[in-house]
Design a protein around this ligand. Sequence first.
Ligand code: HEC
Length: 141
Amino acid sequence: MTETPERRDRRRAVLLLLAVAVVAAGAWWWTRRGGDAPLVEVRLPRQLSPQALRGQAVFEAECASCHGATAGGSDRGPPLVHPIYRPAHHADLAFASAIRFGVRQHHWYFGDMPPRPGVADEDIPAVIAYVRELQRANGIR
Ligand code: HEC
């Protein structure tokens, strides 16, 4: 059984349309992934330790513009209250290093994190304590 030329042309047009749709969907997904870091609705602990309270003030001044006021993420940076930033995967040293030296884009597509020279050395443990207490209050340990 032979196909008529018209039928063949229609079949090709449909296949071409499908291919274009698949490529367009792929491109959309590829460019959107960065912003697709989940925005986390962060549960606040009933009480923060005195150290974490100090860290909270520093976090709000130095980190919140990208990581969100309570580390739930924003359109400029990922949530730190997220399982990939749990202590076993991003130890305290990774936090200290991020603050001092910045971070090259690798997990998401927001771009690099610049160093935060405005955070004093002695405030680094307080910032980490704040994020860890938020993580624990949200079941991340
Ligand atoms: C200008 C935006 C911006 C600011 C301000 C910012 N960050 Fe980041 N941060 C990012 C981005 C973007 C990433 C994700 C990089 C990636 O993995 O693609 C990141 C990643 C991190 C990581 C993960 C490091 C790793 O090893 O993967 C930590 C920890 C972190 N930030 C902590 C902080 C802390 C603490 C502050 C405040 C002192 C802060 N950030 C301020 C944008 C920012």
